[in-house]
Ligand binder design. Structure first.
Ligand code: CU
Length: 161
């Protein structure tokens, strides 16, 4: 049995490396609970949410986002104007040192535009966040019907677009 333990340990280390390597690059910004709201197939823009925690000493600026499964990804903010829900594009998001910025229903969100595949509940969608300093963080956002009840407390039934 002794002979078997070493090869198995090496095999596990090998397959885990590619998964954890992007997390090491996450450095001082931590992405929490990324998810994408499930929408009917006729809807061609999907809203994505997460928390960004800057545990570092310097401000960080989220500049762009992309996903291989969407034509493009924008950052938007929802607001109420004259009683109507509207949204505006946001060019960049400043995450001050020590602060948390939450993307959540009714506020900031990722707008994932032009899906290349139909949505499947439970699927994990790769998204790359690029910061102004050139750093990239790869995340996987799970497709769900609504936020989990943890820290994401707003449950507005707001229709995007
Ligand atoms: Cu939007």
């Amino acid at each position: 049995m002794k002979n078997f333990s070493l090869p198995i340990a090496l095999f596990l280390a090998t397959i885990h490396l590619p998964i954890w390597a992007p997390m090491a690059l996450a450095d001082s910004v931590i992405v929490t609970e990324p998810w994408i709201r499930y929408a009917p197939p006729s809807v061609k823009s999907h809203a994505g949410y997460f928390g960004l925690k800057n545990s570092g000493q310097v401000n960080r600026i989220l500049a762009t986002a992309k996903s291989p499964l969407y034509e493009r990804v924008e950052m938007h903010v929802s607001k109420l104007e004259n009683g109507f829900a509207t949204m505006q594009r946001v060019e960049q998001i400043n995450i001050q040192a020590g602060k948390i910025v939450v993307f959540e229903p009714g506020g900031l969100h990722m707008m994932l535009i032009g899906p290349k595949l139909p949505q499947t509940i439970g699927a994990e969608i790769p998204i790359t966040l690029t910061f102004q300093n050139g750093e990239e963080i790869d995340i996987k956002a799970v497709i769900k019907k609504s936020a989990s009840n943890g820290t994401m407390h707003k449950h507005h039934k707001m229709k995007m677009n």
